[in-house]
Design a protein around this ligand. Structure first.
Ligand code: IDP
Ligand code: MG
Length: 136
């Protein structure tokens, strides 16, 4: 059964003109861009999206970062795309993310309070369903 995941190109990716490069990697892998939009989300939407991180030290910097510019939201489709996009993205920390991954190839530590790592990808089927209904 084909599944969908939510991919966000975060404000750092949009500012650095990496929208095309990130989508290229998804398409080259064989996944399909089913829906796509460029938006400036509200704080309310982001608070729902990142509800699991409320109260953590990086929560407020994360909210400010995600509010700092446009975001591209994508519904990416394909068999096992939830797991597959997380592998394409690489782990959270771009300094140690392996070369070959989006975060490993395109990201680095910029000395900011929140890790700027270019993309978000849903981490489970439950998260994907919840997040897709928030953003689309
Ligand atoms: P993920 O994006 O790899 O799923 P999460 O743990 O869900 O990582 O965290 C959401 C976002 O919050 C990360 O992508 C990153 O931007 C930021 N973040 C997570 N952990 C830290 C941290 O320990 N310090 C600073 N920022 C963090
Ligand atoms: Mg996460």
């Amino acid at each position: 059964m084909t599944e969908s995941t939510l991919v966000l190109i975060k404000p750092d990716g949009v500012r650095r003109n990496l929208i095309g490069e990130i989508i290229r990697r998804c398409e080259q892998k064989g996944y399909t861009v089913a829906e796509l939009k460029k938006i400036k989300p509200t704080r309310e939407l982001l608070a729902q999206h990142y509800a699991e991180h409320e109260g953590k030290v990086f929560y407020e910097p994360l909210m400010e970062f995600m509010l700092s510019g446009d975001i591209v939201a994508i519904r990416l489709e394909g068999n096992r795309v939830i797991e597959g996009f997380r592998v394409l993205a690489g782990p959270t920390d771009p300094t140690t993310a392996a070369p070959g991954t989006i975060r490993g190839d395109l990201g680095r530590d910029w000395g900011t309070k929140v890790v700027q790592n270019l993309v978000h990808g849903s981490d489970s089927a439950e998260s994907a369903a919840r997040e897709l209904s928030l953003w689309f």
